[in-house]
Each structure stands twice: as C-alpha cells, then as structure tokens.
Design a protein around this ligand. Structure first.
Ligand code: ADP
Ligand code: GN1
Ligand code: MG
Length: 368
C-alpha cells in the first residue's frame, strides 16, 4: 500500500461509515478537490460514499467552509422534506467524523469530508441530451429560490472576491507581470484579448455597487458537472459542490452554466473550430433558469443574463491563463499546456458570444 493509501485508510477509519471497506477509487473530473468513491459492505448490502480531501491551498478556512455546507445542506434538507422529496438524494448529506465534527483533520494538516453517494444519477462534462441541460437550469434556479430566505450574513466568504471580475483582472495583470515561467511572450494574443475587454471586468461590479443588481445567496460554480441528473427520470435532482455557496449575483450563476454547458465543445478542446456557443442550448437554459427562479429575477437581472454569460466566460478564461503563467498552481491539469487550452476555448466562446449578443437578448425577451 502506498503512503497516500495508508493516509487515506487512517482517514476513512475516522469517519462514521458503517461496515467494511471493499472498494476505493479516485472519482469525478472536478478541478479542485481530491475526490474518491468508497464502497462499504454491511449485512444489509453495499453502500457507496464520496470522500474528499479539500484543497487547502484554495480554501484557507476549511472549518468555516464546512460550517457553510452544514448550514446550507440542513436548510435544504428541511425544505425538501417539507415538499415530500427524497432528502438523501436531493441534497448532499454529510457523513460526520467519529468525533462528531463534519470534517476530519489528518496528520498532514489536510481536511477531509464525506458525503452519501447519490445513487442512480450522473454528472456530465458535456451536454449529451439537451433536455438534461434544461433540467439543470430549472434545478440551479430552484436552488437559488430555496436559499432566497437563508440568513446570508451567517455565510462565510470561502474565497474572497471569488467572482469580483475587476479584482480577477488585477490578479491576471500581476501574473503577467510576474511571468513566473517565462511564457508571457508566447501568449501575447491571449493577453491582448483580455486587455481589449477590460470593460467586461467592471460592468457587473458597478451595477452591484449602484444596487441595480441584488446580492443573493448563489452557488457560484454552476457547471454542468456540479449537478446530478437522475438516470431514470432525466430530472436534475441534486446540486453538488457547495464550496462556493456565498452571497453573489444570479447572473453569474446563469453565466457560468452557459459558459460550460452551452459550449459545443469540451472546456479543454484543442480544436477551436469546434467551439461555439450553441443558441439552442442557450435558449433551453434561459427558459429553465427563468422558470426555476419562479419570478424572482428582476428586470435588470433578466437584461444582464447574456452579459453574465460573457463575463463569466471572460473571467474563467483569464483565470486559466493566469494559472498557466503561474505554472499551474490552482486548477488540476492533466497535460502540458492544459490551462492554456482551457483559456483558448473560453476566449473563443467570448468572441462568439459577442457576435451573438443581440440573438441572446432576443431569447431572454421571449421568456421574461
Ligand atoms: P471539485 O470541487 O473538485 O469539482 P466536486 O465536489 O464537484 O469537487 O466533486 C467532484 C465530482 O465527484 C463531481 O463532479 C461528481 O462527479 C462527484 N461527486 C461529488 N459528490 C458526489 C455525491 N455526493 N454523489 C455522487 N457523486 C458525487
Ligand atoms: C473549478 O470545482 P470545479 O471543478 O467544479 C472552479 C470554478 C471554475 C471551474 C472551471 C473553487 O470548478 O470556479 O469555473 O473550475 N472552482 C473553484 O472549470 O475555483
Ligand atoms: Mg465540481
């Protein structure tokens, strides 16, 4: 058994899983945490769980972060039960450590957490069935609705300035300036792409400061693979990856879903001719999100949905490029130049959205 496996065994023993561990595999395609799927056997049969090592270089306050997740998941659980839903599948459920805490701290100072595995449902890295995308929109909109009366002041800011695009732009410029790996010279075109669109970095922050866009409790990481779709009914049943639930903008939650799910290609596609923003998917998501928010979106929020898609895509591209310049210290990468490939798909999408902006506005007008 490797040192890593030994550490994990020690961690697993410290969680209140029933039965005997019979399988343990790395799982999922998230860019942030280390995720494992565990199988335990008891006399009643097999039960699966998710075990995650939280990324400590990204989440500096894991205890507060878990306090957020405990608060949000118990809030959702109550609402789901009140509506007659299946709270074991429609929200994340934390498995506590044997000492009663919602996390376990190992000897290497890593924080771990565990959840019930949501059975009979899947996460997708790309839209395989258009209806799934519509369903995910309804669910993300509904998620925001269920948290609309959550006491926002009790939520810790897990990553400061997470979707403050103006501050992301400053971070980006600092990464270009540092040029840690000496790559800046070879990505001048991409750097120029960012600098030519600085206005995009300010537009939403300014509207928020002028109180023209309300702060709500939002998810802030609404990619398609952060939602579980029921294998039988095709309904999006559970919103996962709650690390970044914080006060934020509804248009950003909308925008991040479009960025990832309405693209005709994978986030890391190398062949840019395959990358564009699919207007049919944009329309399906718009319809679903507006329905899921059930009348709560203001006129200004509706107006700004297409800009939200552009801003989130621009911001994410800039984050990937900054990480490439910094030597891949934030996002997990699986090949040379992975973050640069990701950045290029995002900028291709932004350029495509610029051309399609009036079409996107017309679609929003259809569903308002
Ligand atoms: P990251 O922050 O690294 O994206 P996630 O919390 O999104 O981590 O988890 C990574 C992947 O693990 C998800 O995309 C999903 O496939 C899977 N996953 C996470 N939680 C569960 C769960 N409770 N049940 C089933 N699969 C899950
Ligand atoms: C990360 O955790 P994951 O893989 O769902 C990132 C998002 C990015 C996304 C890009 C906490 O999401 O902000 O949009 O990668 N999450 C964090 O794919 O930084
Ligand atoms: Mg995720």
């Amino acid at each position: 058994m490797s040192g890593e496996e030994l550490i994990r065994r020690g961690v697993i023993e410290n969680f209140a899983f029933p039965g005997k561990l019979v399988e343990e595999i790395p799982y999922g395609s998230g860019h942030i945490n280390d995720t494992f799927r565990l199988v335990f056997e008891t006399e009643q049969g097999r039960r699966r769980y998710i075990l995650q090592r939280m990324n400590k270089s990204i989440f500096h306050k894991p205890v507060e972060l878990m306090e957020n997740i405990v608060g949000v998941t118990s809030w959702l659980r109550k609402k789901i039960l009140a509506n007659g839903g299946d709270a074991d599948r429609e929200t994340l459920n934390i498995i506590h450590a044997r000492d009663g805490r919602p996390y376990y701290l190992d000897r290497a100072d890593d924080y771990w957490r565990a959840y019930l595995f949501i059975e009979g449902a899947s996460c997708y890295d790309k839209v395989e069935n258009k209806e799934d995308f519509y369903q995910s929109a309804v669910a993300f909109g509904h998620f925001q609705g269920m948290l609309s009366d959550y006491p926002a002041e009790t939520l810790h800011e897990t990553i400061v300035n997470f979707h403050n695009t103006a501050s992301r732009l400053e971070d980006f410029k600092a990464a270009v300036e540092r040029d840690t790996c000496g790559y800046a010279g070879s990505v001048q075109r991409e750097i120029r792409f960012v600098l030519e669109r600085e206005n995009l970095a300010h537009v939403l922050g300014e509207l928020q400061a002028e109180k023209k866009l309300p702060l709500r409790v939002t998810h802030n990481d609404t990619k398609l693979n952060n939602i579980m779709i029921d294998d039988k009914t095709g309904r999006a049943i559970c919103v996962i990856d709650l690390d970044t639930v914080m006060p934020g903008l509804a248009v950003n939650d909308f925008g991040d879903s479009i960025r990832f799910g309405a693209s005709t290609a994978d986030e890391d596609e190398k062949d840019l001719s395959k990358v564009s923003c699919d207007m049919e998917l944009f329309e399906l998501y718009t319809k679903g999100f507006v329905e899921g928010c059930a009348g709560s979106l203001t006129d200004k929020e509706l107006d700004m949905l297409p800009i939200g898609a552009m801003v989130m895509t621009y911001e994410c591209g800039m984050r990937f490029l900054a990480d490439y310049l910094d030597g891949d210290i934030y996002f997990k990468t699986h090949r040379e130049g992975h973050n640069l490939d990701r950045c290029r798909t995002q900028f291709k999408l932004v350029a495509d959205m610029e051309k399609k902006l009036s079409a996107m506005n017309a679609i929003v007008d259809k569903y308002r």
